[in-house]
Design a protein around this ligand. Sequence first.
Ligand code: HAM
Length: 421
Amino acid sequence: MKIITAVRGFKDILPGETGKWQYVEEKAREIFKNFGLSEIKVPILEKTELFRRGIGETTDIVEKEMYTFQDIGDEYLTLRPEATASVIRAYLQHNIHAADPVAKLFTIGPMFRRERPQKGRFRQFHQINVELIGLDDPRIDAELILMLICFLKSVRLSDLGLEINSLGCPGCRPSFREAILIFLQDKKNDLCKDCLRRLDTNPLRVLDCKMEGCGEIISDAPKLLDYICSECRDHFEKVKEYLRIFDVPFEINAKMVRGLDYYTRTAFEVTTELLGAQNAIAGGGRYDRLIEELGGPDIPGIGFAIGLERLISLLPMKDEEFAIPPHLFIAALGDEAQKFAYTLCNRLRMQGIRTEMDYSGKSLKSQMRRSNKFNSRYTLILGKREIEEKKAELRDMKEGTQETLSLDNIEETISNIVKRM
Ligand code: HAM
């Protein structure tokens, strides 16, 4: 019978790879804690309406990438394509803002988008997602970006670029939209199919179209930064000023509009040249209108998400560096020795000593081979004679030395040896 394989674009993360994942997630937890964040866990399934309203009806995500289905109760549900809308929903649903509007939250988990799979692009992928809610001070924007850069450096990523832009506010954006529409009026025939459609629904998205033809057209399009109001300009200037205080290098990318509709003012992306077309490791921005649009009070927010598959593919470390070998491997020959080994093995594990054994009772040579495969530091050799004489041989696999240990107090003896490692 043929085996059943995973769904296209959905990837297994195998045991050899999970060490890197744990390392990255733990580093994020450690660094985010220093910046005052708390972890939140939200469901991966939400009512479809949440993303329609939150991300925007005319975005690529909502138009064509969501995994939406009707459950047997006839409700429309969607596997979350991102986490911001869910985190804000939880913030509102549990009235978190009533006690204190300021909430600094992060969540780690899978997201789902039905995009065309390619290098660095999956249909199930994972994000570390951060939201700082309740503050519109430009210092918060800079602090959030600083934390992101600090985290990326802590996992030894280099050659990254930070691009920032201001997307203005509902007050100043319409004039820019107007300018873009006028600019594109006589260029319609040269736009790609998607952009032609976007002209009516979401003309700003034309700005960051990746199609070659569109790229050429928009190279001298009006710039959003020339249209933002004085408050938005002032906010943006301050964000830049604070970034400079922390020596965080950045570039202005006036064409960056981001793929989700909730953004206002600061938007940013961290990119790399090493990933080909899917060059964004992380992206985010301010969303000062989103909470109100989701039925809550007028509370601002800003956040970002890091794509974990992309980040992990760039780590300079090898998978093997994260392997955790056992402290001890027990090679046991004969029924009595196997019985003794089985009890000892689990007793040591309960004391926090990573112990493995061979359950096959095969030759000593084959068991030693297995110990080598596990890369165990020590091997305890137990045979019929050792059991009778109440002793065992402990081989230090690194030094190549061997010593005889008494089986009386063997747990304690091994414990002490391992603690000295
Ligand atoms: P986003 O730019 O859509 O933002 O996604 C953030 C990151 O997730 C991307 O930079 C990329 O690394 C990764 N990513 C996105 N799609 C895929 C995919 N199909 N395969 C692999 N990786 C992918 C958001 O999701 C916003 N919710 C971020 C945010 C939080 N803004 C404010 N708060």
